[in-house]
Design a protein. Structure first.
Length: 237
């Protein structure tokens, strides 16, 4: 890979970073929204550096270099692998993690981080919109706080075995590589198509023992309404 090609590759990678962060919200499929300024800054720097390299070569920069020096201006051929993210973004555009990733954890759900403060009491006379992480955290840590209350969860549909289905949502600390799945088993409603985004309203099914075995089974929700919705701008929690 010569210097001109190196410059083109750097420019393309920077352009791909700008395309997903500056000109769209696609970057939220891969990292948390707070990383947008850093992606934009990195993309601009790469485009500028790549353009400087390309313009310098086109203008014959370094033409006085000896033949021996030119032989050592080639970078490693493995640098072509930098083009793979560009192709993925411009051609494939990988979506956010969804039903397939959550399906591997269907039937159980990971424990969310313990809340810094106690959960607030739920209103008895209205439906409470709740994140998947809070619902799972309450179901495992304070199950009685959900008793008798109707909640609304937003997530995608994931399929389990024997007709069982779940509403799920991925949560990430930094990027998609560290994402974990929260899943809640839905009962009393027909399953929408897998990967459909829904709002499901219902009540927590408290186990007969009064306590949910943490990490072994997913919490259950008795649904009384399931509504299809558009995928959120930020698909992760």
């Amino acid at each position: 890979m010569n210097r001109l090609t190196q410059g083109l590759v750097i420019t393309l990678v920077g352009g791909a970073a700008l395309r997903i962060s500056l000109f769209s919200t696609t970057y939220t499929n891969y990292v948390k929204p707070g990383f947008r300024p850093y992606l934009v800054a990195a993309g601009i720097c790469m485009v500028v550096l790549g353009a400087i390299r390309v313009l310098g070569e086109w203008r014959g920069a370094g033409s006085a270099a000896s033949d021996h020096d030119r032989e050592h201006q080639h970078g490693p051929s493995v640098a072509w692998l930098l083009c793979l993210p560009v192709l993925a973004i411009f051609v494939i555009a990988p979506p956010a993690l969804g039903a397939y990733a959550a399906g591997r954890a269907a039937g159980r759900s990971v424990a969310p981080p313990a809340p810094v403060e106690p959960y607030f009491p739920l209103a008895a006379d209205k439906v409470t919109d709740m994140t998947m992480g809070e619902f799972v955290g309450r179901a495992w840590g304070e199950p009685t706080s959900l008793r008798g209350h109707r909640v609304r969860l937003t997530g995608f549909v994931a399929a389990g075995d024997k007709g069982v289905w779940y509403v799920g949502r991925m949560q990430m600390a930094c990027c998609a590589a560290d994402a974990i799945a929260f899943t809640v088993r839905v009962q009393g409603a027909a399953r929408p198509p897998v990967n459909t985004w829904i709002k499901v309203t219902g009540s927590f099914i408290l186990p007969k023992t009064g306590k949910l075995p943490k990490g072994t089974v997913a919490p259950e929700l008795a649904a009384d309404d399931v509504e299809s919705v558009a995928e959120p701008a930020d698909p992760y929690e």
